[in-house]
Design a protein around this ligand. Structure first.
Ligand SMILES: NC(=O)c1ccc[n+]([C@@H]2O[C@H](COP(=O)([O-])OP(=O)(O)OC[C@H]3O[C@@H](n4cnc5c(N)ncnc54)[C@H](O)[C@@H]3O)[C@@H](O)[C@H]2O)c1
Length: 234
């Protein structure tokens, strides 16, 4: 008779960085990894003290106030997180200016070019900075004989959106920025990361409308057709 199967996720003790981990989706992602036994480091511009999330109160979760657009802040936060929980094995690059918090215009003809720059600074440049620092940490760990044999669950997950595939008439910068990270950046890193650590994985997820408290509130505010239109693409 075969010995036993391990049906667990094998995530216990894995050190995970979640950028945007104090947001509506980020909180759920962080809680899920915490429940799976991970050490979770959240990087977010929000102040953890101001977020009412008792499920995130744990000695194995630390939040660092960090702006992902600033490479020095990202570097400092990763370094502090590494000093506490060891090398960052998995990174969920989730922080972004979500469509819901961005100004919309009837047509691209009316769009403020500064809005385009701002979205690209956070959603594209900030995601690149995050991914780069994760990769630098993996390279360092993979070449350290004291750490490399223990390295597992080496994985990068980039948060995209269906908008990156289907477009958004009223906010093209959001759609274009998501295309950039969930396609060009993700596919380039998927070729790059395994050269630094053979079992490294790079993926993106591109959800449609997510059933957050804000989405419920928007459905109420904009009426019955809103939910249908928002979910149309998926
Ligand atoms: N909500 C949806 O329906 C939906 C659908 C598809 C994709 N997404 C994507 O999922 C992710 C999370 O969305 P959400 O709905 O939880 O939004 P949210 O606004 O609740 O969360 C975003 C988080 O990112 C943080 N953040 C913003 N700018 C930052 C910066 N410069 N540095 C560090 N942190 C920063 C915010 O403080 C916030 O905690 C985003 O990438 C969003 O585009 C959301």
């Amino acid at each position: 008779m075969a010995s036993s199967f391990d049906l667990g996720l094998g995530l216990e003790g894995t050190h995970i960085v979640v950028t945007g981990g104090l947001g509506l989706i980020g909180r759920v992602v962080s809680h899920a990894f915490l429940s799976a036994g991970c050490n979770v480091s959240i990087l977010d511009t929000a102040d953890s003290q101001t977020i009412d999330a008792p499920e995130l109160q744990s000695p194995t979760l630390v939040a660092y106030k960090t702006n992902i657009t600033d490479p020095s802040q990202i570097h400092q936060a990763f370094s502090d997180a590494e000093a506490r929980f060891g090398p960052v094995q998995t990174c969920v690059a989730l922080a972004s200016l979500d469509l819901s918090v961005l100004p919309q215009s009837e047509s691209l003809a009316d769009m403020d070019p500064e809005a385009w720059k701002r979205v690209f600074d956070v959603n594209v440049h900030g995601t690149f900075v995050t991914c780069q620092r994760w990769l630098q940490g993996i390279r360092k760990a993979a070449t350290n004989p004291a750490v490399a044999p223990e390295l597992r669950n080496v994985s990068l997950i980039i948060m995209g959106s269906e908008a990156g595939r289907f477009g958004v008439r009223t906010m093209a910068a959001y759609a274009a920025g998501k295309s950039a990270v969930q396609e060009g950046l993700m596919r380039s890193l998927a070729q790059d990361a395994p050269r630094l650590f053979a079992r490294a994985r790079v993926n993106a997820v591109a959800p449609g409308a997510v059933d957050t408290a804000r989405f419920k509130e928007e459905c109420e505010r904009y009426g019955e057709g809103f939910q249908w239109r928002e979910c149309e693409a998926t």
